[in-house]
Design a protein around this ligand. Structure first.
Ligand SMILES: Cc1ncc(COP(=O)(O)O)c(C=O)c1O
Length: 416
């Protein structure tokens, strides 16, 4: 008998699924890049906060002081999702990534000069494009880092030719929410820093699948949405400590001298949502403890990645075997391939496919997913964009097989 290579621990799937009570009564949910199912403990924490601490922070009475202390702990725990040694005051909390990046743009532009440049991609969700393109109103020049048509990836070599001594910021996605392919953030950040510029990264489609280490990668700004990472509807943005103090205050004028995240947290941050989000790192730690005595969170992430890779391989093998189908993005599962799989069928408009799955209780989706520039670049606007299947580690191989069974009749036949 051959000895098998060392492999990550299998996920305890029964326990994992029990952590998401909604899964027991829902259909097969494979639109997770739209929004993940919240953990039961997230829902419980949300209710707990609202019941126990319906108060404003900063006062001396018991409930206010308690709320302040609980939120401090939650902020530290949530900051830890962005990587080790992350301080609570290095993250900004708001309702969405769109809102955070938009605030960042408004806060940075007063420090820039007319003719300065910002680089955006045509691969990103609009959350990391529109706020920067709008800066042309302030005399900022926008340059575009385009999808490389040969590799269908963002290539660092293509970026190099766009960098200049006027570049202030390069904005790009860690992983496209359509192509499911991650880029090498560390190499890109080093390249950008050599040119004297900074980076703003959209981690929304990456954070649900892999551990983050934004400081090790040399990132300046990094945002992701908790509601796609098993949490409630809020988002966080890391600002490198040296950058936070350089941001213009968007809050009340009497706060102009205040330091820290409050400069971008207008009025306040969503208290109960941040508290609820503390359930996400808690889950990862409990999962890690179940997998090994050391309780190392990395163990949980590698088991998650292995489960997602199993699901990805199964679906990609099926789709790639259909002559009528073209998968957008790589067909080989690997560490950089997220379980977000988009495809088009030569015999159908993309809008026609999800309805077939709806009838079997399987939730998938079609469209441009707020990345219309990428869909245009791929020549798919007239095809109604792509069909997207986006999975998370709580999905099962059995569910993928059900999806394949539902898709199979529609995707039969020869390519035109
Ligand atoms: C890749 C990506 N970036 C950004 C966003 C925007 O996130 P939010 O809804 O928190 O603004 C989304 C939402 O779908 C997304 O998929």
């Amino acid at each position: 008998m051959k000895s098998s290579p060392a492999s990550p621990d299998p996920l305890p799937m029964d326990w994992v699924r029990e952590q998401f009570p909604t899964l027991a009564n829902a259909g097969i949910l494979m639109d997770n890049a739209g929004g993940s199912v919240p953990l039961g403990r997230v829902v419980d924490r949300l209710a707990e906060y609202m019941r126990k601490w319906p108060v404003q922070l900063g006062a001396s009475y018991l409930e206010s002081a308690e709320a302040q202390q609980r939120l401090g702990l939650a902020r530290t725990a949530v900051a830890g999702l962005l990587g080790p040694q992350m301080a609570a005051d290095e993250i900004v909390v708001a309702a969405s990534t769109t809102s955070l990046i938009s605030r960042l743009a408004r806060s940075l532009v007063p420090g820039w000069d007319e003719g300065d440049e910002v680089i955006v991609t045509d691969v990103d969700h609009e959350a990391n494009i529109t706020p920067w393109r709008r800066l042309t109103d302030h005399g900022i020049r926008v340059r575009e880092w385009s999808l490389n048509q040969d590799s269908r990836r963002l290539e660092t070599d293509d970026l190099r030719s766009l960098l200049s001594d006027r570049t202030r910021l390069v904005c790009f996605t860690h992983a496209s929410n359509i192509l499911g392919q991650a880029v090498d953030v560390e190499t890109i950040c080093a390249t950008v820093h050599e040119a004297g510029a900074k980076t703003c990264i959209d981690g929304v489609a990456y954070a649900p699948h892999r551990p983050l280490a934004v400081k090790d990668w040399g990132v300046d700004y990094y945002a992701f949405s908790l509601y796609k990472v098993l949490g409630p509807h809020c988002a966080v943005m890391y600002c490198r400590d040296t950058e936070m103090s350089g941001l213009a205050n968007l809050n009340h004028t009497f706060m102009d001298d205040y330091e820290g995240p409050g400069r971008l947290e207008l009025g306040a941050f969503p208290y109960e949502l941040l508290y609820a989000a503390g359930g996400v790192p808690d889950y990862l730690d409990e999962l890690a403890a179940r997998l090994g005595d050391d309780g190392d969170r990395a163990r949980a992430w590698s088991a998650i990645a292995a489960q997602e890779s199993r699901l990805t391989r199964r679906l990609l093998e099926f789709l790639d075997s259909r002559p009528t189908v073209e998968v957008m993005g790589s067909v080989s599962p690997g560490p950089d391939r997220m379980p977000t799989i988009s495809f088009v069928s030569r015999n159908h408009l993309s809008s026609e496919i999800p309805a077939i799955c709806d009838r079997q209780g399987i939730g998938i989706r079609w469209g441009h997913f707020y990345a219309p520039r990428l869909i245009d670049r791929l020549g798919l606007t007239e095809r109604d964009g792509v069909v997207r299947v986006s999975m998370l580690h709580y999905n099962t191989v059995h569910e993928v097989d059900r999806l394949i069974g539902a898709l199979e009749p529609a995707l039969r036949g020869r390519a035109a």
